[in-house]
Design a protein around this ligand. Structure first.
Ligand code: PBG
Length: 328
């Protein structure tokens, strides 16, 4: 074995040959498109830090959903910007919350038959302080109080499922939330609603642009007491195992590109479907390079997404979903 008998370039000579031996594929149906739903009508407010991403009122979100469906995209992931915020995250779990309203509107469209509607379950967009759970004062300052947050997360998930979410996706990183949500969904008769757990979610600088899009930046402190330390691989595996034990049907890994080793390891060790989330910062840094003319747009988008599929992700949440679907 070896040169000159072996010539690896033989199978790279033409595009049909390359296509024949290509190991990793990507289809529009593998992509999930995140939307930010805001109050009002006719609103299409650009997000400064994420060129090409908009805060959309429900009527505009419906149009976007129809576009996504016509491109063959797999589904939508919904985030909400409520009218008002408070310390109990009322907007997250109230039955007339912004995402609940959006789900009911989307369910009436023909697009709903072609798209999986995933509702993000978290409190940070709805709390006045921007944390993902209840905040309590302690002698040392403040803390995100785990157990009381669970009831609100469970209530949020149930309300979103009732409003029409096909899947609920908790992204808060409180301990025990999957079990709490499963229990609440079942008690509400939603035994068929799957939970997509953001099981392995690292505290990341790459969420920066999202917090502008979702207006969810913490007003004090940071998220490092609940999201994982980016240095920890074994802990990520343990988080995944625990979430599966608690009843998660699928898991989502985020960020994606800086953590592809974790995606690969998860794929090799668990059997449930796995998604990777190409987060806002990954999107924005590519967009910035495109604007500068430093990277070739179409190729860079597809290469970044293929890397996630190659690492073992079944599906990918990406702000490039529509752009990529047009390229495929
Ligand atoms: C809510 C949530 C965040 C993201 C998804 N769900 C923000 C955060 O944890 O601060 C980030 C998504 C992105 O950056 O695109 N907790």
């Amino acid at each position: 074995m070896g040169f000159p008998q072996n010539r690896m370039r033989r199978l790279r000579r033409t595009e049909p040959l390359r296509a024949l031996v290509r190991e990793t594929t990507i289809e529009p149906g593998d992509l999930i498109y995140p939307l930010f739903i805001c109050p009002g009508s006719g609103v299409r407010q650009p997000v400064g830090s994420m060129p090409g991403v908009f805060q959309l009122s429900i009527d505009e979100a419906v149009r976007e959903a129809e576009q996504a469906a016509s491109l063959g995209i797999g589904g939508l992931l919904l985030f909400g910007l409520p009218d008002t915020k408070d310390d109990q995250a009322t907007g997250a779990w109230s039955d007339d919350g912004i995402v609940q309203q959006a789900l009911r509107a989307l369910k009436k469209t023909s697009a709903a038959g072609q798209l999986v509607l995933i509702a993000d379950v978290c409190l940070c967009e709805y709390t006045s302080h921007g944390h993902c759970g209840i905040v309590v004062q302690t002698p040392e300052g403040f803390e995100i109080d785990n157990d009381p947050s669970l009831a609100l997360l469970a209530r949020t998930a149930t309300s979103l499922a009732k409003a029409g979410a096909d899947i609920v996706a908790p992204s808060d990183m409180m301990d025990g939330r999957i079990a709490a949500i499963r229990h609440a969904l079942d008690a509400a008769g939603r035994t068929q609603t799957p939970i997509l757990s953001y099981a392995s979610k690292f505290a990341s600088a790459f969420y920066g642009p999202f917090r502008e899009a979702a207006e969810s930046a913490p007003q004090f402190g940071d998220r490092r007491s609940y999201q994982m330390d980016g240095a920890n691989f074994r802990e990520a595996m343990l988080e995944i195992e625990l979430d599966l034990d608690e009843g998660a049907d699928m898991i989502l890994m985020k960020p994606a590109m800086p953590y592809l080793d974790v995606v690969r390891a998860a794929r090799d060790s668990i059997q449930v479907p796995i998604g990777a989330y190409q987060v806002s910062g990954e999107y924005s840094m590519l967009q910035a390079a495109f604007e500068k003319g430093w990277l070739e747009r179409d190729r860079a988008i597809l290469e970044s997404l293929v890397s996630m599929r190659r690492a073992g992700a079944d599906f990918i949440v990406t702000y490039f979903a529509e752009d990529a679907a047009k390229l495929l």
